[in-house]
Design a protein around this ligand. Structure first.
Ligand SMILES: O=C(O)C(=O)C[C@]1(C(=O)O)C=C[C@@H](O)C=C1
Length: 160
């Protein structure tokens, strides 16, 4: 098992947030709603920015981090929807309500992510970009999951 570091804990939670994307996509499939929900995106980012200082994170950093989480989530939603369109149907699994359950679940994860982002920033690996890239590679996920993780962590390390 990978060492329990601030980076690995943060990546675990980033993946938990990504795990929700399949159910979100199923809800969009059923309701024929577009993946992108701009008003909800603004709400998620505003919420992250207003909670950030409580966790000792710069509001702009928190906003950018969550904008990356949303972009990664959308990648996986588009991927799932494309698979279902190609197949002509979506899985017949139990549905979870977007507004009543999935978004509140994402809201709860938001606080965990902010806390772990703060912890990561206090113990940033050195050099950051290679530690991050290696940690993602070691997770040995599907190619779409790796891509989503890369997208979700695009601004985690300082730009080179
Ligand atoms: O809440 C939704 O509708 C989602 O699809 C989830 C999510 C997110 O990652 O928070 C992703 C895309 C939408 O544009 C808004 C929010």
């Amino acid at each position: 098992a990978p060492a329990d570091t601030p980076l690995s804990r943060l990546l675990d939670s980033v993946e938990q947030r990504l795990d929700v994307s399949e159910q979100v996509a199923l809800s969009k499939w059923d309701s024929r709603q577009p993946v992108q929900a701009p008003e909800r995106e603004r709400q998620v980012i505003n919420q992250a920015q207003s909670q950030a200082t409580r966790f000792g994170i710069d509001a702009q950093r928190a906003g950018l981090f969550f904008s990356d989480q949303i972009e990664a989530n959308k990648l996986l939603q588009y991927h799932a929807l494309s698979r279902w369109h190609a197949a002509g149907s979506a899985p017949q699994t139990q549905r979870i309500d977007l507004a009543k359950q999935l978004r509140p679940q994402l809201d709860r994860l938001q606080e965990v992510l902010l806390e772990e982002l703060a912890e990561f920033d206090r113990h940033r690996p050195e050099p950051c970009t290679s530690a991050l890239a290696q940690a993602i590679e070691k997770r040995k996920k599907s190619s779409e999951r790796s891509l989503a993780l890369i997208r979700a962590t695009a601004h985690l390390c300082p730009a080179i």
